[in-house]
Design a protein around this ligand. Structure first.
Ligand SMILES: Cc1cc2nc3c(=O)[nH]c(=O)nc-3n(C[C@H](O)[C@H](O)[C@H](O)COP(=O)(O)OP(=O)(O)OC[C@H]3O[C@@H](n4cnc5c(N)ncnc54)[C@H](O)[C@@H]3O)c2cc1C
Length: 209
């Protein structure tokens, strides 16, 4: 039997057409070129994405997202990138930061973050890389320790996309670098609040929440 060529379902082609219309009409090539030249975070485009319910695509509705799965998200990124690769990162990087919370955060963390990303209240970054730890991420030196009222993180991250504009961060840190992968946990950090651990993937235990 000959292989059928892959085709997206009709509703995803409709979604593609909708995103294309928004991106072409509301951003356009001239604004995209300006954004690249200015090297700034385009909050006007972020507002357009929020208003057209694009920031919440690919997140579960029960937590305040706009639904759809990985394919919807891929179509969204493809269509934004067609006009502006830089603008696609606003959506993409927030999702990268949100994935650890979706996988292993508490429901409260999921609700706050996903609803916040969809409504434009939160923008996320993903903080893994360090000056001495890139591909070999388990070589990270950023430490976490318990304090009387929460957690203290200490260390240096680098190459963090959107770090200066985001207000929420998934930060990876280790209890002890000698523990390699088993020492690492992920923390949900808001710019103006102390960190909260979003996974308990330490010492071989399973994630909770
Ligand atoms: C534009 C940009 C945005 C980024 N955004 C983020 C972000 O938002 N958050 C974040 O955490 N990080 C981010 N990063 C960091 C990115 O994840 C790291 O650059 C990446 O992990 C590689 O690490 P490194 O640059 O230290 O290179 P290294 O790990 O030092 O690698 C250097 C070279 O050695 C090669 N190499 C490494 N290990 C091996 C091996 N075992 N065998 C063979 N070859 C090997 C690599 O392929 C590469 O060519 C970003 C980087 C860039 C460039």
């Amino acid at each position: 039997m000959a292989d059928e060529p892959f085709a997206l379902p009709a509703e995803l082609e409709e979604f593609r057409a909708l995103v294309r219309e928004v991106v072409e009409e509301k951003i356009g090539l001239a604004r995209a070129a300006e954004i690249d030249d200015e090297d700034e975070f385009p909050w006007d485009v972020h507002k357009i994405f929020v208003e057209h319910e694009l920031m919440g695509v690919g997140y579960p509705e029960e937590f305040g997202g706009h639904g759809g799965g990985s394919l919807s998200f891929a179509v969204l990124i493809e269509e934004i990138s067609r006009i502006s690769a830089g603008c696609s990162l606003m959506v993409l990087v927030s999702r990268l930061g949100a994935i650890p919370v979706m996988l292993a955060g508490s429901d409260d963390q999921r609700r706050e973050l996903i609803a916040g990303i969809a409504s434009g209240a939160h923008q996320m970054s993903y903080c893994l890389t360090e000056p001495g730890s890139g591909s070999d991420s388990v070589a990270m030196q950023t430490r976490y320790e318990r304090t009387d009222d929460g957690w203290r993180l200490s260390g240096t991250k680098r190459f963090i996309t959107g770090a200066g504009t985001s207000d929420a961060y998934t930060v990876f840190a280790t209890k002890d670098p000698a523990l390699r992968a088993k020492g690492i946990s992920a923390f949900l950090v808001f710019r103006d609040r102390p960190p909260r651990r979003s996974t308990s993937r330490t010492h071989g235990s399973r994630p909770t929440g």
